[in-house]
Write a protein that binds this ligand. Structure first.
Ligand SMILES: *Cc1c(COP(=O)(O)O)cnc(C)c1O
Ligand code: SF4
Length: 400
């Protein structure tokens, strides 16, 4: 069935938690304390399928089960195929492993000069500052360490990480991630940001966070003041489906934007969640309305027990083709595969170029019509009425 977007409505309210005072509902610590973390709690609210039940029983050996009440409200409890449900409720597929899959599929541990700091690209580092999240995504790339269900015993080494960055003047860009950096207290976060801001060669600081999506209440005025003080701080949020774009997420994005935080979005292409051009189009439109620029769509990493989420790369290309030219250019993210083993992010694009020679390039537009752009300009003559200088003119042709 094609996805039909409800453009007017943005989910809002307390859903199943009507009986809770609004002051609790809006308090992010209440949301964290009242997370759904056990099968028994889940079953108080909904009927699990046999597949989900088996997945839940296994989950605590792999990646903890946790869902904030706010995010739980977005699940359609009557629909086993609900795209929100699939993201946070474990399924039996997590117990299945294939040969291609790896615990550390991006070779991050090999590229870590100090624990929790990944220095893969010459000019930027990924700084993992915690292993905790507000809720856990069943397809998480870092499920090996996130939530510590596998006894990975990840301990972020702030001081060592900061000292490494201080000692490496080539690092101009620091990406705070995890786990979710916005789970740190304001005080810890302010400490990290002030230390990074004090490093002269660090020009660009950004945070990767799913907190605005799982726990928009965390985006408090006090937190926004910290971003203002140490800004510009850029942020990549993580929204996969238009149903996640609620009134509360929109308001959180507005608070961040008004505090001077430019926002991007990263989605993971997930089977049965967003592997559909209509769903993706609805999502990117909603993102723009929330002041968020779609940044990346990731092909799923080859994590252990992730095969049930895997989407054919040709489908991803088809989605980009359905967006480019058909909608606002700002709405079109870059589709990437993070190269297994640690090659970095590589753009995967539909091919618009049919033929390219020294003389011409033949290419197709978004509607499939073919065009020609000449690269050589012969014969050359003066434009009517123009007088060329006696020395003639020099034309420079730049070739790759
Ligand atoms: C994704 C990533 C970055 C940031 O990449 P951009 O393309 O600049 O967003 C940096 N370091 C590592 C290890 C990453 O995985
Ligand atoms: S929020 Fe990010 S780090 Fe946390 S579980 Fe989801 S994908 Fe993993």
């Amino acid at each position: 069935m094609p996805y039909i977007e409800d453009r007017a409505s943005w989910f809002e309210g307390q859903g199943l938690w009507q009986h809770i005072p609004a002051s609790d509902w809006l308090d992010w610590t209440w949301q964290l304390k009242n997370r759904i973390t056990t099968v028994a709690q889940l079953e108080q609210f909904m009927t699990l399928t046999a597949e989900e039940r088996a997945g839940c029983v296994f989950a605590n050996q792999k990646l903890a089960l946790a869902i904030t009440p706010y995010f739980f409200n977005l699940i359609d409890r009557n629909d086993p195929n609900c795209p929100i449900r699939k993201q946070v409720i474990p399924r039996a597929g997590e117990m299945v492993q294939s040969d291609e899959e790896m615990l550390d599929s991006l070779g991050e541990d090999e590229h870590s000069p100090v624990p929790g700091l990944v220095h893969r690209y010459p000019d930027r580092v990924l700084f993992l500052v915690t292993d905790r999240c507000a809720a856990y995504c069943r397809y998480c790339t870092r499920s090996r360490l996130v939530s510590n269900a596998q006894d990975y015993n990840f301990h972020p080494e702030y001081e060592q990480g900061l000292r490494y960055i201080e000692a490496h003047p080539e690092v101009r860009d620091v990406l705070l991630s995890g786990g979710d950096p916005l789970l740190l207290s304001d005080r810890k976060l302010e400490h990290l940001l002030s230390r990074l801001r004090a490093i002269k060669h660090v020009e660009f600081i950004r945070i990767g966070s799913r907190i605005p999506v799982f726990l928009p209440q965390r985006i408090t005025p006090e937190l926004c003041e910290i971003f203002k003080k140490y800004g510009p701080i850029w942020m990549s949020i993580h929204v996969n489906h238009p149903k996640e774009a609620t009134a509360e997420l929109k308001a959180a994005c507005e608070r961040l934007s008004f505090a001077g935080v430019p926002l991007g979005n990263q989605s993971v292409l997930l089977a049965g969640v967003n592997d559909d051009a209509d769903v993706m189009k609805a999502l990117v439109h909603r993102l723009l309305r929330m002041r968020v620029r779609p940044y990346y769509i990731y092909q799923m990493d080859l994590i252990t027990g992730g095969a049930h989420f895997k989407v054919d790369v040709r489908k991803g290309i088809e989605i980009i083709r359905a967006l480019r030219g058909h909608t606002t250019g700002y709405a079109v993210p870059q589709y990437v595969i993070d190269a297994p083993g640690g090659g970095g992010k590589v753009p995967i694009n539909p091919d618009y170029v049919e033929k390219i020679t020294d003389d011409e390039v033949i290419f197709r537009n978004y509607e499939g019509q073919s065009f020609r752009y000449p690269l050589k300009s012969t014969p050359m003559k003066a434009v009517d009425g123009a007088e060329l200088p006696a020395s003639g003119i020099e034309l420079v042709t730049v070739r790759p």
